[in-house]
Design a protein around this ligand. Structure first.
Ligand code: GAR
Length: 195
């Protein structure tokens, strides 16, 4: 079976990106990473991608000011030039416009550190603790025009423990993200190749 070329979009550390790049090295994985793209020049993940032998590129959103679509047209062009047919957002911290989302519809997924539909947006761990939730977790979903709203592909739940801070909860969830994202990407790519 031929592997689907995919890109990973990041804004920072890139630990989920690493989980995806490492999973893609395993025999039988349905995707091949062709590009890591960051919207921030200082994203640590850019160098990590290169260490993993994957081409990396920065398109700095600040150069486009308030013109989100101009930024996204460059991103779209770079993705297409790389041959990517699928995109995984991994800590990519820019909201994408309907123009971009519709162009990649069904081929664009994201990881979010909460049990969606709970806690869309930022500060998810603090909000779960504040609400007194007994469980938190992470979700991978297709991206649609809403923020953190598209169809859910998979989730992992973890307990919230007495005395948890946003930091301790984040540290319990992050390894689960690294387990979840490759599994969910595999599912989405397999689904795509059987369409
Ligand atoms: C991850 O926890 C990811 O779920 C979150 O940012 C972190 C990125 O870490 N994403 C979002 O909050 C998106 N709304 P990483 O750069 O080490 O993968």
């Amino acid at each position: 079976m031929s592997r689907i070329p995919f890109a990973v979009m990041i804004s920072g550390r890139g630990s989920n990106m690493v989980a995806l790049l490492e999973a893609a090295q395993e025999k039988g994985f349905p995707g091949l990473p062709v590009l890591v793209l960051s919207n921030r020049p200082d994203a640590k993940g850019l160098a990590t991608a290169r260490e993993h032998g994957v081409p990396s590129l920065c398109i700095d959103h600040k150069e486009y000011g308030a013109n989100r679509e101009a930024f996204e047209r460059q991103v779209d062009a770079a993705l297409r030039a790389s041959g990517a047919q699928f995109v995984a957002l991994a800590g990519f911290m820019r909201v994408l416009t309907p123009w971009f989302v519709n162009r990649w519809s069904g081929r664009l997924i994201n990881i979010h550190p909460s049990l969606l539909p709970k806690y869309k947006g930022l500060d998810t761990h603090a909000r779960a603790i504040e609400a007194g939730d007994k469980e938190a977790g992470c979700t991978v979903h297709y991206v649609n025009e809403g923020v953190d709203e598209g169809m859910i592909i998979d989730q992992i739940r973890v307990p919230v423990l007495d005395g948890d801070t946003p930091e301790t909860l984040a540290a319990r969830i992050l390894p689960k993200e690294h387990e979840l994202y490759p599994r969910a990407l595999k599912k989405a790519l397999t689904r795509m190749s059987s369409r």
